[in-house]
Design a protein. Structure first.
Length: 353
């Protein structure tokens, strides 16, 4: 990605020993959650340690949380999480599906943005946890001549544990730069018409291909402690609005769609209803054929491919459910790339028109 050194030139009227400066570029840096380098014990432990040590994710006092994390959780959880990752791993490429999909998204986004802006832009991606790190990609962009960077967390709905911590890491990376670029971060795009349209199209395609039309669409979002909502985090409200807008676009009534939350962790109450319990309740109530979609995830990952398509499916079937349809994330679908590139173009106004 680094620009060719031959493109760097000494500014006019500068002394001969002035450092060469590369032509100015605008960087577009996509950011996703992250992934372990491998599903074996030590890579899993390093990844989980970084993730679960983030105060945005687990906000318990360090003196209370770290002994529990280091002495108990990280001695056991790398094995169970590693087994879950192994079940979905992209063995051909030696990486997690999230890494594969994020690379594909970045390549298609670069193609779309280069078609619009030419060589004025550099498009790349980073991960909040694991590799490639945010700091390394900011450094590369600055070295390549980016005097402006648009940071794009790939989370449609804002949450402190996702969008905010990604932004935190981006700003920490900027602290290391002697000459900081001008920067912008995008706002959440949970209610953008093109994003809702992409979701609706994915539902319509899945329903058209289904042998039996589902009785209910379960719109499952990643959970968070209810306490965060009460402290002012807008995530819950933005999730509810996404579901409402999707329902309105599909032309359905409220009996055909429901909002739930998954991935509960720890002893305190999280946002409800819990997906794993709710799908079982649906089966017991006679809803034997359901579909599940996860709009909070821009790319399929452990929470969708393993948790939804294995654990949550199992809960539904054990309660008497029959047909379980998982609708994949938008991933690198053309409508998703169009929606994201539209968000990016809007945020580049004034820099590039």
């Amino acid at each position: 990605m680094t620009a060719d050194a031959q493109t760097a030139v000494c500014p006019a009227h500068a002394p001969a020993d002035h450092p060469a400066i590369k032509p100015e570029k605008v960087g577009i840096l996509l950011a996703n959650l992250g992934t372990p380098d491998d599903y074996s014990y030590w890579p899993m432990r390093r990844y989980l340690n970084e993730f679960l040590s983030d105060k945005r994710v687990i906000d318990y006092p360090r003196w209370k949380w770290q002994p529990l994390l280091q002495l108990i959780i990280l001695t056991k959880r790398p094995f169970s999480s590693g087994a879950a990752y192994k079940s979905i791993w992209n063995h051909d490429k030696g990486e997690s599906p999230l890494m594969t999909i994020t690379k594909d998204q970045t390549a298609k986004m670069a193609e779309a943005l280069h078609a619009r802006y030419g060589d004025q832009v550099i498009v790349d991606f980073c991960m909040r946890y694991g590799s490639p790190s945010t700091q390394s990609k900011v450094r590369q962009m600055v070295e390549a001549g980016c005097t402006k960077i648009l940071f794009v967390p790939l989370y449609p709905q804002y949450a402190g544990a996702t969008s905010a911590t990604a932004n935190d890491q981006f700003f920490r990376a900027l602290m290391e730069e002697p000459w900081q670029p001008a920067v912008r971060t995008i706002a959440p795009y949970f209610d953008q018409p093109a994003y809702i349209e992409a979701l609706a199209q994915s539902v319509e395609r899945a329903y058209e291909a289904a042998e039996n039309r589902p009785d209910m669409l379960v719109v499952s979002y990643h959970g968070m402690p209810k306490r965060y909502l009460m402290q002012g985090d807008p995530y819950h409200c933005q999730c509810q609005k996404t579901t409402r807008l999707l329902r309105e676009r599909l032309g359905w009534d409220k009996t055909q769609i429901t909002t739930t939350f998954q991935s509960v962790f720890g002893p305190e109450e999280w946002l409800k209803p819990y997906t794993v319990d709710h799908v079982a309740d649906l089966a017991r109530d006679g809803k034997k054929n359901i579909a599940v979609i996860a709009p909070a995830f821009s790319a399929d990952c452990i929470e969708t491919l393993e948790e939804i398509n294995e654990e949550i499916r199992e809960s539904f079937e054990h309660a008497g459910g029959e047909d379980f349809l998982y609708i994949p994330c938008l991933n690198d679908e053309p409508a998703h790339i169009d929606a994201l590139s539209g968000v990016i173009a809007e945020n580049l106004k004034g820099w590039l028109d």
